[in-house]
Write a protein that binds this ligand. Structure first.
Ligand code: NBP
Length: 489
C-alpha cells in the first residue's frame, strides 16, 4: 500500500465530509475513515465521486496510506468519542505523528489530551473550526492550538483551506487561520467565538423584538432595515442572514419567521464560556444574558401561563419611527462593542491563567472571514491591536471610544423606553449597565465590603490606607477580635 495521503479525516458527518472536499479542492490527497465504515463507501460513491479522496476501511489501513509524519484529523462528536479514537490511534501511529481534533471540544479536555498525547511521543492539535457546513466546504475560520511542533506540518493544509480576507492594514490576502497558542488555546478561542456569537444573535433578536412590538413593523419592513444596516458599520454575516430570514415566505406566502416556535436550543459552548468567565472572575455579562435568554425562551409553557397572569400593556413606542430605527442601530452597535470588549477581557485573563501567548489582532483576523461572527467590525478590532498590542481593553482604543460616545444617547433612550414598555432587552441593558460600571471610578462596593465585614469579619481596605492593608471593625460592639482570611476566590 503506497503512502500517498497528505492527511486523514475521521468522521464523515457534515463537517468531516465538507472539510475533505475542501482539502481535495486545494490539491491534498485525503484519506477518509468513519466509525460506521459503510459511510466511507457511501461517501466515495456520492459526494467524493471523481475526487482523489481515498477511503480506508480500518484505522490500520488509514495509517498505512499516510505520508509521515502522519496527520490524522478527528471530526467526530465531542467528548468520549474523541478520547476513544485517541486511544485507538496511539496503538497504531508512531512518535512524531500528529492527532488533530477539529470538533467542538471543551478546552480543558484539549489541555489534558495535549499533555497525554505528547507524553506518548506524538503531537496534538485541538482546533476550532467555524463556519458550519458552508464554511467547511468553501473556507472556514480555523483556530489551532496544542503542540507548537505540530503547527509547521499542518499549517500548509489549514491555511490553504481556510477563508481568506484582506488585511485592513497591509491590503494583503490573509488566511483566517493562524497558530493560536499551546494546549487548549485554540479551543478556548473557538469557545469564546461561540460565546460572542450567542451575544451577537441575542442583540439582533432584541433589535428585532423592539422593531416588531415597539414600532409595529412587519418582517418585510424589518428586512429593509437589516438590508440598510448591512451596508454600514454593522455589516456582518449575522445581519445578512437576518435580512434574508425576514424576507423568507412560508408555502402560504406568509413570513416564515412568524411561524417558528420561540424556544431556542443550545449545544453548550455559550454555557462553557460563561462557566469559564466565572472561574476567571471576568464579567462577560452580555454573553451570560444571551445564554440565560435562551433558557427563558425554553420555558414556553410557563411563559404562556405567566402572560395570562401579567398581561402585556401597550408596548408601542411613541415618536418618529425612522429616528427610533436609527437609535436602535446605535444601541445595537454600542452593545456589540461591549460584548467584544468583554470577550477580549476573557481571553486576556485566560491567556494569563493558562500561560498562553495569544495574538489578539491575529484572532480578530481569524474571525474576519469564514465564521459565523464574521464582520467588518472585526477589521477595526484588528487595527486596534495592531496599533497597540498591549491594549488592555477595547473600550480604551480611540476608535471604539469615539464609537461608543457617539451611540450613548441613543443606547440609553432605547433601553429606557424598552424597559418602560415591558419589552425584554437583557443584552442591550446589561451592556449598558456594564459600561456604566466600568466607567465608574467609585462603585457601591464600599458598602458591600462593610456588610461582609459586619456579618463575617471578612475585613476591608480603606481609601486612606495603602492597598493590601486590611481592617476589621467590631460593628456591634460584641464581636470578637479575630478576622476571616482575606483571600479572594
Ligand atoms: P457530529 O457531531 O454529528 O458527529 C458525527 C460523527 O461522530 C460521525 O462520524 C459519527 O460516527 C461519530 N461518532 C459519534 Br456521533 N459517536 C461516536 C462514538 N461513540 N465513537 C466514534 N465516533 C462517533 O458531526 P458534525 O456535525 O460533522 O460535527 C463534527 C464535530 O465538529 C463536532 O465536534 C461538532 O461539534 C463540530 N462542529 C460542528 C459544526 C456544525 O455546524 N455541524 C460546526 C463547527 C464544529 P458514525 O457515523 O459511526 O455515527
Amino acid at each position: 500500500m503506497e503512502a500517498v495521503g497528505d492527511i486523514a479525516v475521521i468522521g464523515l458527518a457534515v463537517m468531516g465530509q465538507n472539510l475533505i472536499l475542501n482539502m481535495n479542492d486545494h490539491g491534498f490527497t485525503v484519506v477518509a475513515y468513519n466509525r460506521t465504515v459503510s459511510k466511507v463507501d457511501d461517501f466515495l460513491a456520492n459526494e467524493a465521486k471523481g475526487t482523489r479522496v481515498i477511503g480506508a476501511h480500518s484505522l490500520q489501513e488509514m495509517a498505512a496510506l499516510l505520508k509521515k509524519p502522519r496527520r490524522v484529523m478527528l471530526m467526530v462528536k465531542a467528548g468520549k468519542p474523541v478520547d476513544e479514537f485517541i486511544e485507538q490511534l496511539l496503538g497504531i501511529l508512531e512518535p512524531g505523528d500528529i492527532i488533530i481534533d477539529g470538533g467542538n471540544s471543551l478546552f480543558e479536555d484539549t489541555i489534558r489530551r495535549t499533555k497525554y498525547v505528547e507524553s506518548k511521543g506524538l503531537l496534538y492539535i485541538g482546533t476550532g473550526v467555524s463556519g458550519g457546513e458552508e464554511g467547511a466546504r468553501r473556507g472556514p475560520s480555523i483556530m489551532p492550538g496544542g503542540s507548537p511542533a505540530a503547527w509547521p506540518h499542518v499549517k500548509p493544509i489549514f491555511q490553504a483551506i481556510a477563508a481568506k480576507v484582506t488585511d485592513p492594514q497591509t491590503g494583503a490576502e490573509e488566511p483566517c487561520c493562524d497558530w493560536v497558542g499551546e494546549g487548549g488555546a485554540g479551543h478556548y478561542v473557538k469557545m469564546t467565538h461561540n460565546g460572542i456569537e450567542y451575544g451577537d444573535m441575542q442583540l439582533i433578536c432584541e433589535a428585532y423584538h423592539i422593531m416588531k412590538d415597539g414600532l409595529g413593523m412587519t418582517p418585510d419592513e424589518m428586512h429593509e432595515v437589516f438590508k440598510e444596516w448591512n451596508e454600514g458599520e454593522l455589516k456582518s454575516y449575522l445581519i445578512e442572514i437576518t435580512r434574508d430570514i425576514l424576507a423568507k415566505k412560508d408555502d402560504d406566502g406568509q413570513p416564515l419567521v412568524d411561524k417558528i416556535l420561540d424556544t431556542a436550543g443550545q449545544k453548550g459552548t455559550g454555557k462553557w464560556t460563561v462557566i469559564s468567565s466565572q472561574e476567571l472572575g471576568i464579567p462577560i455579562t452580555l454573553i451570560a444574558e444571551a445564554v440565560y435568554s435562551r433558557c427563558v425562551s425554553a420555558m414556553k409553557d410557563q411563559r404562556v401561563e405567566a402572560s395570562k397572569v401579567f398581561p402585556p400593556s401597550n408596548s408601542r413606542f411613541a415618536g418618529d419611527r425612522k429616528r427610533w430605527i436609527d437609535d436602535i442601530r446605535k444601541a445595537l452597535y454600542a452593545s456589540k462593542i461591549i460584548s467584544y470588549a468583554q470577550g477580549y477581557m476573557l481571553m486576556r485573563a485566560a491567556a494569563e491563567h493558562y500561560g498562553w501567548n495569544l495574538n489578539y489582532g491575529g484572532i480578530a483576523l481569524m474571525w474576519r472571514g469564514g465564521c459565523i461572527i464574521r464582520s467588518v467590525f472585526l477589521g477595526e478590532i484588528k487595527k486596534a491591536f495592531d496599533k497597540n498590542p498591549n491594549l488592555t481593553n477595547l473600550l480604551l482604543d480611540p476608535f471604539f471610544k469615539k464609537a461608543i460616545k457617539s451611540c450613548t444617547r441613543s443606547w440609553r433612550k432605547v433601553v429606557s423606553m424598552a424597559v418602560r414598555k415591558g419589552i425584554p432587552v437583557p443584552a442591550l441593558s446589561t451592556a449598558l449597565a456594564f459600561f456604566d460600571g466600568f466607567r465608574s471610578a467609585r462603585l457601591p462596593a464600599n458598602l458591600l465590603q462593610a456588610q461582609r465585614d459586619y456579618f463575617g469579619a471578612h475585613t476591608y481596605e480603606r481609601v486612606d490606607a495603602p492597598r493590601g492593608q486590611f481592617f476589621h471593625t467590631n460593628w456591634t460592639g460584641h464581636g470578637g477580635r479575630v478576622a476571616s482570611g482575606t483571600y479572594t476566590v
